[in-house]
Design a protein around this ligand. Structure first.
Ligand code: PMP
Length: 399
């Protein structure tokens, strides 16, 4: 189809290219394991959020196949009409038990979960005083967009990344608000640092603020059996709302909000991404149930993930790449965008896929290769990656 009325889009694309912001897709073939095929070449994948390797786990695949046979491929409706199958309720109960919360609600993605929780909970009813969302400056795009979609009466304020003095000042500034809600990522996706949750919770309690944690990168990774950042700090009963994803460590797709029964009911009645979007297909739900059962009974994948992470960081430090992160997200910061792109290209030639992350996703002088460690990377995979960094880093005068 040709439409001249859409010709203006070419100008926008040219502008993106000129600003070095244009992205193209990198399709791969074969399953999303540690080794993937790109342009007919086998390379090791070091950019996937498949932390525990569950995307190809035999138990999860069996669960999905069985659900297709027993229940079909789609739920057929939005949850509130006739899309709530018994299996959705089962997943939500299992997630609530796993996370030690009263109730959870599943959505079609982590992005949708933030869109469901944030605009729904504040700005309710009539009040002379405003409600305020207080958000870390490095929070994920889905949090930022969800804040923008909140009712007009809800004010928004941002504090400098993980700066507790800044958070305190913002809380004091809004002392007269009706309700305040602090929102933070549990694990920050570009730097791999963990939110200062004990301090955030203490400040929230002093200032009577709701605490919400988006634990997309903490779920399956931090805390006993991967129960998340709140468990890592033993704070699960002092955090009011948690968002999790089923798309990263859990290996499938989807998201959830974990909170109280009342919060669940409010979202069922009010949250637009829940009310107006078809329920997750039963095979995905069955996959996620199998993943939660696996994590509840077996911590070996979580242990392998952390063992790989420790090994990778220690060996990278030995060759001159100091990785400053607290989790399996390993940012190898090189500075300028061009350098990061060149390093990524050289790594690819050496059989390693490590995506360059550049401005505007990160600051202009903080371009990086973000290496994501997975539990199913073998020691040989990790060693090859480190060797490639040594060769490419040396050639580009980075070490
Ligand atoms: N929150 C954070 C912190 C994330 O990193 C992501 C994924 N990029 C999401 C939410 C969205 O999760 P999903 O991919 O399941 O939509």
């Amino acid at each position: 189809m040709k439409s001249h009325r859409l010709d203006f889009i070419h100008d926008e694309l040219s502008a993106l290219k000129e600003q070095h912001l244009y992205q193209s897709l990198v399709p791969f073939s074969g399953p999303p394991g540690p080794e993937i095929i790109i342009d007919g070449r086998a390379v090791l994948n070091f950019s996937s959020n498949n932390y525990l390797g569950l995307a190809t786990h035999p138990k999860l695949k069996d669960a999905a196949k069985k659900a297709v046979d027993d229940l079909g491929v789609g739920a057929g409706a939005v949850r509130t009409i006739i899309g709530t199958m018994a299996i959705h309720q089962e997943l939500e109960q299992k997630l609530a038990t796993f996370k030690h919360v009263e109730a959870t609600l599943a959505l079609s993605s982590g992005f949708s979960a933030n869109m469901a929780a944030i605009p729904t909970v504040l700005g309710l009813g009539q009040s002379d005083k405003p409600d305020v969302i207080i958000s870390d400056e490095l929070n994920h795009a889905s949090i930022i967009d969800a804040c923008r979609l909140s009712p007009k009466s809800v004010q928004r304020d941002v504090y400098a990344h993980s700066d507790m003095d800044a958070l305190q000042s913002v809380l004091k500034k809004h002392a007269h608000a009706r309700r305040k809600m602090i929102i933070t990522d549990g694990v920050f996706s570009m730097d791999g640092d963990i939110a200062k949750l004990p301090d955030i919770v203490a400040l929230a309690e002093q200032h009577d603020a709701i605490v919400m944690v988006d634990d997309a990168h903490g779920s399956g990774v931090l805390g006993k059996g991967g129960r998340g950042t709140t468990h890592h700090f033993d704070l699960s009963d002092r955090v009011d709302i948690q968002v999790g994803t089923l798309s990263k460590a859990i290996g499938a797709v989807g998201g959830y909000v974990a909170s109280t029964q009342a919060m669940r009911e409010l979202m069922i009645n009010r949250a637009r991404p829940f009310l107006f979007s078809t329920a997750l297909p039963p095979s995905v739900v069955a996959t996620c149930i199998a993943a939660i059962e696996l994590l509840s009974n077996d911590t070996s994948l979580n242990q392998a993930l952390w063992e790989n992470t420790r090994y990778f960081k220690a060996e990278m430090a030995k060759i001159g790449f100091k990785i400053d992160s607290e989790t399996p997200i390993c940012p190898v910061i090189v500075g300028e965008s061009e350098k990061a792109q060149a390093l990524s290209k050289r790594l690819f030639e050496l059989g390693i896929y490590g995506r360059a992350i550049v401005f505007p996703t990160v600051a202009k002088n903080k371009a990086r290769i973000r290496i994501m460690i997975n539990a199913n990377h073998t020691k040989a995979n990790l060693a090859r990656c480190i060797e490639a960094f040594k060769t490419a880093g040396g050639a580009l005068n980075l070490i």
